[in-house]
Each structure stands twice: as structure tokens, then as C-alpha cells.
Write a protein that binds this ligand. Structure first.
Ligand SMILES: Cc1cc2nc3c(=O)[nH]c(=O)nc-3n(C[C@H](O)[C@H](O)[C@H](O)COP(=O)(O)OP(=O)(O)OC[C@H]3O[C@@H](n4cnc5c(N)ncnc54)[C@H](O)[C@@H]3O)c2cc1C
Length: 494
């Protein structure tokens, strides 16, 4: 288990997963949902008009956050702390999103090599999360493992302590508009059937930008060919045997190492679901590891059939990994078993919502600061190659000529402007997390959990400032005051 930033970087280079910056369009094309719906339903000429139905309306809320991943939890905590009556709606039965239901087994670095970059609520969540992995060094800030059961509890406790209310097993199903720009109410589907909830400001933390899209925001999806980064169905294996005699073998599981068993698994014909060398492994508890391994290509998380097929394929992939590890590293895995696969598919990228500002590759390379920045990010551009890109790399037998942005050096970071959280043309909606307004290549950097916590905290706070001071208009928020409040809460801003 080698988790330094350099190790991961060099692993990605070897596995050929970072794509060529120059092959990615400078700016994804933002379009409305109507222009994209044909991608999802092949028989789109058929339709059904819903009959008028009276449903229950709950209108006691100031702020409603949809999606309880890292961004949604931080947004709800922050909005409630700022004094808003806040509801957090989550379709699963726990909080944490990819870090819990998705079984992503580690935090990307919290430091820039010198100091902590992601502070405020992010730092608090991180510190609490570390208590669930006592085998990790106390002062470690980079690539710390996640114990997902513990992280669920951390989010439960922090959100409850903030005063925000949580509604589990409840999925955003539709959005009712007051006019073209303003969301009136949202429709939730759960065991009560359909019900409506009304707030003054709504925060979209669904990862996929469901709320913003359904309210009419423009969005981009995928690379120039519309293809998103591949997904990974994470999983957990327990009952490993690691002892001084095979410890070195355990360390070499990571596919950055030439002696990783992944190369033997690929070379063997027995594991056809394993198509490329992606194997990250973290020790998440006693004799238990979490794996972020394998790729599923061209999964569209906004297409229910694509997502369903991917879950089935993902479980197959996880089981083939288990069998391959038993075969090629029996001293470690002979008695182990696959205990869990993610309840959520590991979606790296789907819709990117167009905001008042779109963070560009140029900004990322310039380590740009912004007068309205609400946090900083220093993660490298972690784009996993598409099938076509991998083919090209294999055909050209080289990745060295690729013109990739170099990772930041120690102490470097860029700002995230508030305007990336404000969907163009929507008055009372904010977005946070992996669907904020960036060029696709930059999403490969800001999509990580620490940055999602940071954008979530800013969105939660801004929602309350908008409703208290600007008649719910998120575009009019006083960014100097927002930044002052974020700094008071400990956020790292320049
Ligand atoms: C395979 C993989 C590996 C990764 N590796 C790392 C890593 O090592 N370290 C790291 O820090 N980050 C990593 N990331 C990135 C990170 O985990 C995600 O980008 C991040 O969790 C996104 O946060 P979010 O809050 O935007 O959304 P998510 O974490 O995706 O959470 C969204 C939540 O919204 C809910 N939701 C969605 N739609 C609806 C709806 N319509 N109604 C109600 N609820 C809804 C979902 O159930 C989910 O709980 C990885 C991601 C993937 C996929």
C-alpha cells in the first residue's frame, strides 16, 4: 500500500490513465436537457401526459439540499449553522455518497505538502474520519484510508449536531418552477409516494446535477465525443493474511509496481472483465482492504439502463478480482473473501452544470486566484482515459509525448470561484461537489472529496446569505461577506 502523491501519479502514468490535455476540448459544450434527452431514451417520440394530482406539500424549509455526499453534508451543516431551517434529502440510507455507499477507500491529499489546504468543515470531517482508522499515523494528511462504516457515523453525527434534518430513501423526482428562473418546489419520491417540498433556496449536491438540470440549467457531459471518464465499482475484501514474510508482496499489489499481480491477471485469459491496469488498495481496518480497481467504460449515470448494466458488470469485475488475487497472491488472499461491493456505482464524472464562471485549464495551470474564491484546491488532474484513448496509447506505444499538465509543486494551489456554484440563469439554486462549473479536464481535479466538502460549505453558507439579504437570489450574494464568514469558520482562502 503505497499512497504518496508521487506514487499514485507515477502509477497513473504507467497505467496510461491520464489523458492528453490537448485532446480535450478547451470548453465542453453546455447545452439544455431537451437537447440531450435523446441520448437516454431511444423511443423518445412516445410520451405520457400526467393527470393533475394533488400531493402533500411541506413548506417549512429555508434551504433544501439534495444529495448527502461530501458536498451535501457540508452544505447542510453550513446552512444550518448559518441559521437556516435545513432539510437534506438523500436517496440512499446513509450519508457520505461515494466515500460510504460507493466504498471509495481513501481521501485524496488534504495537504499541499506543507500545510492543510481543505479546511473548515472539510478539516473537521477529515479529523473525525481518521478516528475510524487508528492504524493510520495521527499526523498523516495525504491518502488516508476511509473506514466507510465509521464515516457514515461521522456524517450522521455532524449533520445532526448542526440541526439540519435528514430524509433518507428519498429521491428527487421532479422540479416545479415558479417561472423560468426560479424553483418553486421539488417533488420527492419515497415510501409515501410523491410529495412536494418547498424552500427558499435549493442546493444541488447530487453529483449528477439532477436538480439544476431539471430546473433548466445548461450542462456539459463527457469529452469531445460525449464520453465521460470510466467508472470503477469499488469493493472490500476481508480476512487477508499479511505478515512479515509476505508484507513486501502486499505492498506491491498496487499496480504502480511492475510486480503487481494485476499484470498477471490481465495476461491470463481467466479474468476477461479486467481490461486494464487499475488497482488501488487501502488497508481500511484489521485484515480488511478497500479496492478502487478496474474500469467500466462509457457508463452514463443519468441513464438508468446504463447504470443498471454497470452495477451487474461491476459485481462481476469485483468477483474476478477476488479470484485473481487468490490465484496470484495466495499467501495473502487464500482465505479471504469479498464482503461488499459499492451500493453506488463509482461515477467519476457525469453532468457539469454551467455556472456564471467556468473554471478553465488555463486557470488551473496559472494557479489562479479569484476575488470571489471560496476555497483552494491542489489536486492533480486525475483524468482516467477512455477506451479510445487507451487504444491510442497502446497503438503508439508511448505516453511520454503527451502534453499533460504537471502536478503542482509543494505549497501550490488554485482558487475556486463562487461563480462556479451559481448556475447561469437560475435565481435560487446553487450547485456543489463534482458537478460545479469547470472545463471537463479541470473536473478531473476538483471532483475529489476534500474539494467537494469545501464547495459544499460555501454553497450552504451562500444559500443563507441569499435568502436573508437578497430575496433568495444567489447571484447577488456579497462575496466579501461570504469569504469573511468562511474565514471565520476556518477555511483557507487567499
Ligand atoms: C471510483 C472513484 C474513486 C475515487 N477516488 C477518490 C479518492 O481516492 N479520494 C477522494 O477524495 N475522492 C475520490 N473520488 C472522488 C469523490 O469520491 C467524488 O467525486 C465525490 O464523492 C463527489 O462528491 P459529491 O458530494 O459531489 O457527490 P457524491 O459523493 O456522488 O454524492 C452524491 C449523493 O447524492 C445522492 N443522490 C444522487 N442523486 C440523487 C437524487 N436525485 N435524489 C436524492 N439523492 C441523490 C447519492 O445517493 C449520493 O449519496 C473517487 C470517485 C470515484 C467514482
Amino acid at each position: 500500500m503505497r499512497n504518496s502523491k508521487l506514487d499514485r501519479r507515477s502509477f497513473l502514468r504507467m497505467a496510461g490513465m491520464i489523458t492528453l490535455a490537448s485532446t480535450i476540448p478547451a470548453l465542453g459544450t453546455f447545452a439544455k436537457r431537451e437537447e440531450k434527452i435523446k441520448d437516454i431514451f431511444s423511443n423518445d417520440d412516445k410520451s405520457l401526459t400526467l393527470k393533475k394530482t394533488k400531493i402533500h406539500l411541506d413548506e417549512q424549509w429555508d434551504v433544501i439540499v439534495i444529495g448527502g455526499g461530501p458536498s451535501g453534508c457540508a452544505a447542510a451543516i453550513s446552512a444550518a449553522r448559518e441559521g437556516a431551517k435545513t432539510l437534506l434529502v438523500e436517496s440512499m440510507g446513509c450519508l457520505g455518497g461515494m466515500g460510504t455507499s460507493g466504498l471509495v477507500p481513501a481521501w485524496t491529499p488534504f495537504s499541499d505538502g506543507e500545510k492543510m489546504v481543505y479546511r473548515g468543515i472539510a478539516e473537521k470531517v477529515f479529523n473525525e474520519s481518521k478516528k475510524g482508522v487508528p492504524h493510520e499515523p495521527k499526523d498523516k494528511m495525504d491518502w488516508v484510508a476511509i473506514n466507510p462504516e465509521w464515516l457514515k457515523l461521522v456524517y450522521d453525527r455532524m449533520v445532526a449536531a448542526s440541526g439540519a434534518k435528514v430524509l433518507f430513501f428519498s429521491r428527487l423526482a421532479s422540479v416545479e418552477m415558479k417561472n423560468e428562473k426560479e424553483v418553486d418546489a421539488i417533488i420527492i419520491a419515497n415510501k409515501s409516494g410523491l410529495s412536494a417540498y418547498r424552500a427558499k433556496v435549493y442546493i444541488d449536491c447530487t453529483g449528477d446535477g439532477d436538480l439544476a438540470t431539471w430546473a433548466g440549467a445548461s450542462f456539459a457531459k463527457g469529452n469531445a465525443d460525449g464520453v465521460p471518464m470510466p467508472s470503477t465499482h469499488c469493493f472490500e475484501i476481508v480476512n487477508l493474511h499479511v505478515n512479515p514474510s509476505n508484507e513486501e508482496l502486499f505492498r506491491n499489489l498496487y499496480s504502480g509496481n511492475k510486480t503487481s499481480p494485476i499484470w498477471e491477471m490481465i495476461a491470463s485469459d481467466k479474468y476477461p472483465a479486467i481490461k486494464d491496469a487499475h488497482l488501488c488498495i487501502n488497508y481500511i481496518g484489521p485484515n480488511a482492504v478497500g479496492l478502487n480497481a478496474g474500469h467500466l467504460f462509457e457508463v452514463d449515470s443519468t441513464n438508468p439502463q446504463s447504470l443498471s448494466d454497470a452495477m451487474i458488470h461491476g459485481r462481476e469485475l469485483a468477483n474476478q478480482f477476488m479470484a485473481g488475487l487468490k490465484e496470484f497472491r495466495s499467501s495473502i488472499f487464500a482465505d479471504s473473501f469479498l464482503i461488499n461491493t459499492g451500493q453506488l456505482m463509482g461515477i467519476r464524472e457525469s453532468r457539469i452544470i454551467q455556472g456564471d464562471y467556468t473554471l478553465t485549464l488555463k486557470d488551473w495551470i496559472a494557479r489562479a486566484g479569484f476575488p470571489d474564491e471560496i476555497g483552494r484546491n491542489n489536486y492533480f488532474i486525475d483524468i482516467h482515459n477512455s477506451k479510445a484513448e487507451i487504444k491510442k496509447i497502446v497503438a503508439e506505444k508511448s505516453i511520454d509525448h503527451l502534453n499533460r499538465p504537471e502536478p503542482y509543486k509543494k505549497g501550490e494551489s488554485h482558487g475556486i470561484p463562487y461563480r462556479c456554484l451559481t448556475p447561469k440563469g437560475l435565481k435560487n439554486v446553487l450547485v456543489a461537489g463534482r458537478c460545479i462549473s469547470t472545463e471537463q479536464i479541470v473536473q478531473g481535479s476538483v471532483r475529489i472529496q476534500p474539494a467537494c466538502l469545501v464547495t459544499g460549505e460555501a454553497a450552504g453558507m451562500a444559500a443563507v446569505h441569499a435568502l436573508k439579504q437578497h430575496k433568495n437570489n444567489v447571484h447577488l450574494v456579497d462575496v466579501d461577506y461570504l469569504r469573511k464568514r468562511l474565514k471565520e469558520e476556518g477555511q483557507f482562502l487567499m
